[in-house]
Design a protein around this ligand. Structure first.
Ligand SMILES: [Fe+2]
Length: 201
């Protein structure tokens, strides 16, 4: 078992696993963006190389079963544990992922998975922020290269913009010592680095 930050599979193997269950490009974009922001956060916190890989892997794999559960949302994250266990991930990694489903009415099976750890808040805040950055980029003609955090903040505060995105979850980043301002800067920079892979410019 892997009880430290060592990952049982490589990034290319993880991507292959993701693609086995997910074919929609928009879903893949969300996973890549979540991965990028998680890596950006881990780097910001000064974590070591293994931890940066670990945080990124959580972002990449957090919705691994989405492609086969979205038709029946109540089952989201019920297939994930077995998929990841088979790939060699330990319970801790899986628990981190389960916590991002906490608080969703559609997922009563996760009502006891309150987020308590830094890495759990980071994952939820990151995967939620991807939606806001991506929607804002699309509104700007796909451009993320010259996006600034002030513009993103306006979209964050405008509750009518991308209204389904839960601002409270993004704000969980404050529980782990970052301001929204810092978080937005890290996220925009992270997504800029992978813009071509996620259909942005
Ligand atoms: Fe997600």
């Amino acid at each position: 078992m892997h009880n430290n930050m060592t990952l049982p599979i490589t990034r290319p193997q993880a991507l292959e696993l993701v693609k086995k269950y997910n074919s929609e490009q928009s879903d893949l974009n969300h996973y890549f963006e979540s991965e990028a922001i998680m890596r950006g956060l881990a780097e910001h916190f000064g974590l070591g190389k293994d931890e940066i890989e670990y945080w990124g892997m959580l972002g990449l794999l957090h919705d691994i079963d989405w492609g086969i559960t979205k038709e029946n949302v109540a089952t989201h994250l019920t297939k994930m544990p077995e998929m990841l266990m088979k790939a060699g991930f330990d319970n801790k990694f899986i628990e981190n992922i389960l916590s991002h489903g906490y608080g969703f009415e559609e997922l009563p099976h996760l009502k006891d998975k309150q987020r308590t750890k830094k890495i759990e808040h980071a994952l939820s805040a990151s995967e939620t922020l991807t939606g806001l950055v991506h929607a804002y980029a699309l509104m700007r003609g796909k451009k993320v290269s010259d996006m600034d955090k002030e513009g993103l903040m306006k979209k964050f505060k405008n509750k009518a913009f991308a209204a389904k995105i839960d601002r409270n979850i993004i704000q969980e980043i404050e529980k782990i010592g970052l301001s929204l301002d810092e978080f937005f800067e890290i996220a925009i920079n992270a997504i800029k680095k992978i813009k071509n892979e996620v259909g942005l410019e």
